[in-house]
Design a protein around this ligand. Structure first.
Ligand code: PEP
Ligand code: MN
Length: 329
């Protein structure tokens, strides 16, 4: 209630999240207070006039949330991975009009995320928000969960009308990089943020390292730049259009050059065949990788990007050179 009061006072929070049932990796960790917490949530709602949301993992959770008037439900990453659980939740919501947030599954599987969205949609839920919270990986790294931004972006491109939010708290698992990840989400056009806050973060019973105080939350929100994806200002619009025209021209040139490169590769393939030489020649490939990576580095292009690009180019070049052989397998 104390945290909720502070958050309400910021005037910046549209929906208050609080986990009543917490899926924890190891038994023995704090697993949430259960049903009594729903009473606290309804008090928050009544006294502070702020809508509330909590995580549901089965039909019994849904039933209790509906009984206590929870405004929005959220399906956690550990539940989205399981179609049985998602279906159970969807079935328990038939005929109910309530918004549902669907977090991405733990593993980087876009189809599984889409599947969960479809199950809820087919049960008649028409207010759905997808929540990007990053993906599990083995070992330790910068993030608690790897963002793999391309996955939520692919989701958005397939379903342009679907609001996609970001949960930087679970991506980061720590406070110090939260702001940058939140800014990146806004720069990429996400429609909302879920951020964890606690009046005394170090004493939070779950995920203490990623919690921020309500006042730190507000300072961070104040520093964030909320971008809009279109503008009515004619000067901005025309500047943008001219920059885009430059990009269009460059892309066209790149594609023309790749086509030209493929034609030459095909010619080399014919020549190699006539002279009974192998198509793949390791030395040559190594030389290409080395010289191109050096040039890219000099020009400030990421090594990983150029390596991936060269691999694709080489693969296609080999395919072009072996095309005439009509291999079946
Ligand atoms: C949470 O939001 O507290 C939570 C458990 O998240 P996730 O399902 O993304 O791990
Ligand atoms: Mn959490």
């Amino acid at each position: 209630m104390h945290t909720a009061t502070l958050l309400k006072a910021t005037g910046r929070v549209d929906l208050l999240r609080a986990g009543i049932w917490k899926p924890r990796t190891r038994p023995g960790a704090f697993q949430g207070v259960g049903e009594i917490g729903l009473r606290w949530l309804s008090e928050v709602k009544k006294n502070l006039d702020i809508p509330v949301t909590t995580e549901v993992a089965n039909a019994a959770h849904v039933e209790l949330c509906l009984k206590y008037g929870v405004d929005v439900l959220w399906i956690g990453a550990r539940t989205t991975v399981n179609p049985f659980s998602v279906q159970e939740i969807a079935d328990s919501l038939r005929g109910v009009d309530i918004p549902v947030i669907i977090k991405n599954p733990l593993n980087p599987d876009l189809e599984l995320w889409i599947g969960a969205i479809e199950r809820l949609h087919e049960a008649g839920i028409d207010k759905i928000i997808a929540m990007h919270r990053g993906f599990s990986y083995y070992g330790k790294g910068l993030y608690r969960n790897k963002p793999m931004w391309e996955i939520p972006i692919a989701l958005k491109s397939q379903f342009p009308e679907l609001p996609v939010f970001c949960d930087p708290s679970h991506i980061c698992g720590r406070r110090d990089i939260l702001e940058q990840v939140a800014q990146k989400a806004l720069d990429l056009g996400f429609s909302g943020l879920m951020l964890e806050s606690h009046h005394n973060p170090d004493r939070a019973l779950s995920d203490a390292k990623q919690q921020v105080t309500p006042s730190d939350l507000v300072s961070m929100l104040d520093r964030l730049n909320v971008r809009s994806n279109d503008t009515l200002d004619p000067i901005l619009t025309s500047n943008l259009a001219s920059l885009r025209a430059d990009i269009d021209k460059i892309d066209e040139e790149i594609i023309q050059l790749i086509a030209q490169r493929m034609r030459i590769a095909e010619g080399i393939g014919d020549y190699k065949r006539e002279h009974n030489m192998t198509i793949f020649q390791l030395d040559r490939y190594m030389e290409i990788l080395k010289t191109r990576s050096e040039l890219a580095k000099e020009l400030g292009i990421s090594e990983e990007f150029i390596r991936k690009y060269l691999e694709q180019l080489h693969k296609e070049s080999i395919r072009t050179q072996t095309k005439v052989m009509n291999y079946k397998y």
